[in-house]
Design a protein around this ligand. Structure first.
Ligand code: RB5
Length: 148
């Protein structure tokens, strides 16, 4: 697939998986912008969700990737930003469906819940699956209208 600009961030619960996802993304030819964190010191996941969401909203990144212990806190934080549709991925099926139906633009993964091979498969599927449009446009428009 064509190389994409991708922003990625993690907290201490996701930093190990983030390292492996960065390597996989680079091996696939993508341009990765890593906002941290880079170590295992305890940090707050909203501080990393925000710059990744900003990169996607501005167009600096086509997609975002956020990793925390479960992926859930990152998704909650990212989804507070209008225009962001962040989905927690546990497998490639969820990755395919959330791109095809929800036009998700940030993939969230759990460093404590998802093994590295499943995480990489899920993420690469997310990046390569097109949005289907059609009836889904109406539903996404309703979400965007409801966002304050
Ligand atoms: C950090 O301990 C943990 O709460 C965080 O990584 C994440 O799982 C929150 O949703």
């Amino acid at each position: 697939m064509q190389p994409l600009p991708i922003a990625i961030g993690a907290d201490h619960g996701g930093v190990d998986l983030k390292r492996q996802l960065v390597a996989a993304l680079q091996a696939a030819g993508h341009q990765v912008s890593d906002v941290g964190t880079d170590g295992t010191e305890s940090v707050d996941y909203p501080d990393f969700a925000r710059p990744v969401a900003d990169a996607v909203i501005s167009g600096a990144a086509r997609f975002g990737v956020l990793v925390c212990g479960s992926g859930i806190g990152m998704a909650i934080a990212a989804n507070r930003n209008p225009g962001i549709r962040a989905a927690v991925l546990h497998n490639a099926t969820e990755a395919r469906l959330t791109r095809a139906h929800n036009d998700a633009n940030i993939a969230c993964l759990g460093g404590r819940t998802t093994g590295v091979e499943v995480a990489i498969d899920s993420l690469l599927t997310f990046l390569s699956t097109p949005y289907e449009g059609g009836r889904h446009d109406r539903r996404i428009a309703k979400i965007e209208k409801a966002t304050p």
